[in-house]
Structures are given as C-alpha cells and as structure tokens.
Write a protein that binds this ligand. Structure first.
Ligand SMILES: NC(=O)c1ccc[n+]([C@@H]2O[C@H](COP(=O)([O-])OP(=O)(O)OC[C@H]3O[C@@H](n4cnc5c(N)ncnc54)[C@H](OP(=O)(O)O)[C@@H]3O)[C@@H](O)[C@H]2O)c1
Length: 222
C-alpha cells in the first residue's frame, strides 16, 4: 500500500519504519523536510529506512491508500487543515491523543466525555474516513505487539466499514491478533479517556512497555 505517515516524532518514526519493513511504500510528512532531515534522531533512523520519502505536509497524501495521523493531538487539526482537500475519501488512521500538557503532570484531556479528538478530526474533514486505533499503547507495542509475552488487545472505532476493514487488516499485519471493534467513531471517546489510566499505570510500573488484554469469560465468544 501507499501510506503517508503525518508526523516525524518517535511515533511517526516507529510506525513508518515498521510499515517500510513490511514492504509498504511510505511517505513521512513534516513541516520542513530539510530541517527534519538534519536532526540527529531522524538521520539515524533514515539511514535504516532509505526508501521512506520525506515530504512537506501540504500535498503529502496525494496517492495515499491510507494516512496515519501520528501528530500531537493539540496540533493535529491545524496540520490536517494544511493537508487539506486531498483527505477526501482517504482512510485516516488516527492514533493521536488529546493531551494538554500546559498544566503539568499528569496531562489533562482537552476533549472528553461527550466528544473526542477523533470526532473533531472527522467533523473538520467530513469526507475523510477516520478510524481510531492504537492510541492505547506505546509505539513499540503498536508496531510489534509480539514483543510482549502474551497476546494483548487493540480497539478500533470508525463509521465507515470499509475503512475499518482496511485498518484491521493493517493491524493484523503488524501482529495484532485481538482486535475489538467498538463501533462507530463516537466510541473513540473511551480509548481516548483510557489515557488517564494508561499514564498512571506507566508511572506505577516504571515504564510504558505494556498493554492491556481483555479476558473474556466463558459466556462470551472469544
Ligand atoms: N509516545 C507513544 O508511544 C504514543 C503512544 C500512543 C499514542 N501517541 C500519540 O501519538 C502522537 C504522536 O506522538 P509523538 O510523540 O511522536 O509526537 P510529537 O513528537 O509530539 O509530534 C511530532 C510531530 O508534530 C509536528 N509538530 C510539532 N509542533 C508543530 C506545530 N506547531 N505545527 C505543526 N506541526 C507540529 C512535528 O513536525 P516536524 O516534523 O516538522 O517536526 C512532528 O511531525 C501523539 O498524539 C501521542 O499522544 C503516542
């Protein structure tokens, strides 16, 4: 697949690198490619992923079969406005979290309860096919769930069945075996609000190399 990853932070690099390793044709989007290419952390990563193109946000999703939003939640709406009309009809896998760090630790959620960041992105781009997933685990686990000693759970939320099927297929390629389809995009509120517990769990464990597993009782289908 042709995949554009919006964002060159730790998550963008992790996702783009793994998709490249899996044989996808990957473009990574950034504000200013020459500035990003000159960063030490990017250069080291790029040396192992020479096939991944670096492009400015505007125009970066032309031809993409799937777009990954790996941007900070607080800047995602602004960047997607820059990406613009080319999002029409495209699957937008949204793994961002609506974190507000302005008041210290722990970060607050800037949208919650009766709305979500995923729904805000969808309202701003009604013809994009937004699917929320992967935001409930760290980026190493996102792209390689088998690093954990047992199978864990990932959630998907989205209004378009075809887009959701495409995302689930990609999740399975990454190695996710237990995918729970929560329903329409409105259900992304739960996984986004899970961040409050995720952050406290990471602090309690002393690290983020973990994930949750939903264990079904005998009365539920496995
Ligand atoms: N860390 C994890 O393991 C983890 C797990 C689950 C979900 N997430 C979510 O994944 C997302 C990405 O996380 P991250 O830590 O990789 O991201 P990040 O480092 O916060 O963001 C990197 C991207 O944001 C762009 N950016 C920053 N400020 C900007 C501005 N003012 N205008 C336009 N673009 C700007 C950067 O552009 P340049 O490329 O131009 O520098 C870069 O591409 C977040 O929403 C996070 O909550 C993270």
């Amino acid at each position: 697949m042709d995949i554009t990853v919006l964002g060159t932070g730790g998550v963008g690099r992790s996702v783009a690198g793994r998709l490249d390793d899996l044989g996808h044709h990957v473009t990574m989007a950034t504000r200013e490619p020459s500035v990003t290419a000159g960063r030490d952390e990017h250069a080291a990563w790029a040396a192992a992923h020479a096939g991944v193109a670096l492009a400015p946000f505007a125009g970066s999703v032309t031809g993409a079969d799937l777009v990954v939003n790996a941007l900070g939640g607080d800047i995602a709406l602004g960047v997607l406005a820059e990406v613009g009309p080319e999002l029409v009809g495209r699957v937008l896998l949204d793994l961002s979290n609506p974190l507000d760090h302005s008041q210290g630790f722990p970060p607050r959620l800037f949208v919650k309860d009766d709305d979500s960041l995923a729904e805000q992105l969808q309202r701003a781009h009604p013809e994009a096919l937004v699917v929320k997933t992967l935001n409930t685990m760290n980026n190493a686990v996102m792209v390689d769930p088998a690093r954990l000693p047992e199978g864990t759970t990932v959630f998907v939320s989205g209004d378009d069945p075809g887009a959701k099927a495409a995302v689930v297929a990609l999740l399975r390629e990454l190695g996710h075996s237990d995918v729970i389809d929560l329903g329409g995009l409105e259900t992304a509120r739960g996984p986004e609000m899970f961040l409050a517990l995720w952050i406290r769990t990471a602090v309690a464990l002393g690290g983020s190399d973990f994930n949750i597993k939903v264990v079904r009782g005998p009365s539920l289908p496995s």
